[in-house]
Design a protein around this ligand. Structure first.
Ligand code: ZN
Length: 344
């Protein structure tokens, strides 16, 4: 019988201080050349050990090989200028200096495929590989060429699909597209966002996932959440379309959130990666707190489709905090698994 409540994480984990400055998004590398290449792989080994020791079932490389979940992928493509950056508003929330699309985007060589092979070879557990989603990519740069978010997103979707097929061939079990922008631009999600996401996932035989969240635990996101009122109903806009899509799994935020959990019922037929660990606080959940979040979702998500997860990436947290949260996640899931076993 398949193990119920298999645990996984949204994707990123903090990097060792010798690799990149801690507690920082987009932190610059502290190594260069061959030392950097070796350091990234050593860091992957460390985060794998942390996840395995904590008891996480479906592990990731903690995005140890990337400075940023979008821009590091863009660095591997043609048509993007990183030297003359422009400031844009990201997710309608905060400004950042971003690369500029100056010509047709193209992928002339694999970007993360070697990293995916390394991850596959470095652990016996199931592995998930994360990629940015097309809409979120478009929302994390300045477009001076396509002049159409939809056209650029479709160009990225085709590139992402080539990359995802090569990553699948490396033997990963799950490929996840990160689409936090799906929680912001609801009209665009309906008009073309879902179409570009499905294009990115076209023809993949491994499990496919999409992560839709309320962002990292940085101040701009915490301030934004404070404006969203007593009930966060953003997911209500996108879940019906996701339920009708070919994507297998949806990764959502539930811990310490004001998302009405009944909305998860809109994802009928999908695996739901339930955020049971808050990434916006350094306080480490107790296993009982994690278990309480999982139990609160059970009326809406059957246990065979429920995967306890983190709300979002943990890259801005301290390493010992992230490790504590991994352990709490696995221990909390084990508590509920035991209860379900007794009931069955
Ligand atoms: Zn997220």
């Amino acid at each position: 019988m398949t193990k119920l409540l298999q645990t996984t994480i949204a994707g990123s984990l903090p990097k060792p201080a010798w690799l990149a400055a801690p507690n920082e998004l987009w932190a610059p590398w502290r190594l260069e050349g061959d030392a950097l290449a070796e350091g990234k792989r050593d860091a992957v080994r460390l985060v794998l050990a942390d996840q395995e020791q904590a008891g996480i079932d479906i592990v990731t490389d903690g995005e140890q090989t990337r400075r940023h979940f979008v821009t590091t992928f863009l660095e591997g493509l043609d048509g993007v200028d990183f030297t003359h950056r422009r400031s844009v508003r990201i997710r309608n929330r905060y400004d950042a200096d971003v690369p500029v699309v100056v010509g047709p985007v193209a992928r002339r060589h694999p970007v993360f495929v070697d990293d995916a092979r390394f991850l596959r070879a470095a652990t016996g557990r199931k592995v998930k590989y994360t990629l940015p989603g097309p809409m979120t990519m478009v929302d994390t740069l300045y477009d001076d060429h396509y002049k159409s978010r939809e056209k650029l997103a479709m160009a990225f979707a085709e590139i992402l699909n080539d990359e995802a097929r090569a990553i699948e061939a490396a033997g990963v079990d799950v490929i996840q597209f990160d689409e936090p922008a799906f929680n912001v631009y609801f009209d665009e999600v309906r008009e073309w966002g879902m179409k570009t996401l499905e294009r990115a996932a076209l023809g993949l035989a491994c499990k496919t996932a999409v992560h839709v969240c309320y962002g990292y635990g940085i101040k701009a996101n915490i301030d934004w959440k404070a404006t969203l009122g007593g009930e966060w109903r953003q997911y209500e806009q996108t879940f019906p379309a996701l339920a009708a899509s070919r994507i297998d799994q949806v990764s959502v935020e539930c811990a310490n959130s004001r998302v009405p959990l009944a909305l998860l019922g809109l994802l009928k037929g999908k695996d739901v990666l339930v955020g049971a660990v808050d990434v916006a606080t350094a306080a480490i959940e107790t296993p009982e707190e994690v278990a309480a979040t999982i139990r609160s979702v059970l009326p809406f998500v059957p246990p065979e489709r429920l995967y306890p997860c983190t709300n979002c990436g943990m890259v801005p947290l301290a390493r010992d905090v992230a490790r504590g949260k991994l352990r709490a996640l696995a221990a909390g899931a084990a508590l509920v698994r035991k209860e379900l076993g007794v009931r069955a």
